[in-house]
Design a protein around this ligand. Sequence first.
Ligand SMILES: N[C@@H](CCC(=O)N[C@@H](CS)C(=O)NCC(=O)O)C(=O)O
Length: 213
Amino acid sequence: MNTLPILYSFRRCPYAMRARMALVLNNINVELREVVLKDKPAQLIACSPKATVPVLAVSTQFIIEESREIIDWAIQQSDTPVFDLACVEQRTLVDLNDNEFKANLDRYKYFDRFPEHPQSHYREQAQDFLSLLEQRLIHTPYLFGDDICYADIAIFPFIRQFSNVENGWFEQSDYIKLQQWLKRLLHSDAFEITMYRYQQWQMGSPTVRFPNQ
Ligand SMILES: N[C@@H](CCC(=O)N[C@@H](CS)C(=O)NCC(=O)O)C(=O)O
């Protein structure tokens, strides 16, 4: 009988990415159900009517519908957590990422839907947050010190997305420490496991255990 919590995920979604990365780093197993956003399974909608991903169904009674709460859950499940729950300062930085930066990132990425300004304007607006991160990374390899922490995991998928919009621009920019930080995370074993490709889940598909290692 399968008693693993069920994670509804979408490989390229930055919210789902940070949840999976936290599960990998903390060595927590779940059943992964890869969702296609245009073809969401009824089982996802039944357990979470808002039907965003990720969703973690720990049991039929206990559903976690926010990626940050899934990270918290992963940390709490681990006997040897790789990092602690976020302190207030980390939470504030992640709030800034999830609200202001994400909104700017969307306008930058989908600039053609916001014709009031050119793409470079939206890129410019996103840069306050990049500068803030760059400052933090001047003296330490991770955002809050020498070791990877909650904020690194929660934020990096969004910086990855930013860097992919105009990769040439990002690579030649002055955000040297940020580029190094991003590369360090993207080249990690944990990220490789996080980004493993799974086929779309449908009722009757074989159970996929995640992390697959
Ligand atoms: N606050 C949510 C946001 C999740 C979210 O917006 N996920 C997007 C995909 S990246 C989604 O599922 N959108 C619904 C849709 O496209 O139908 C979280 O942190 O988990």
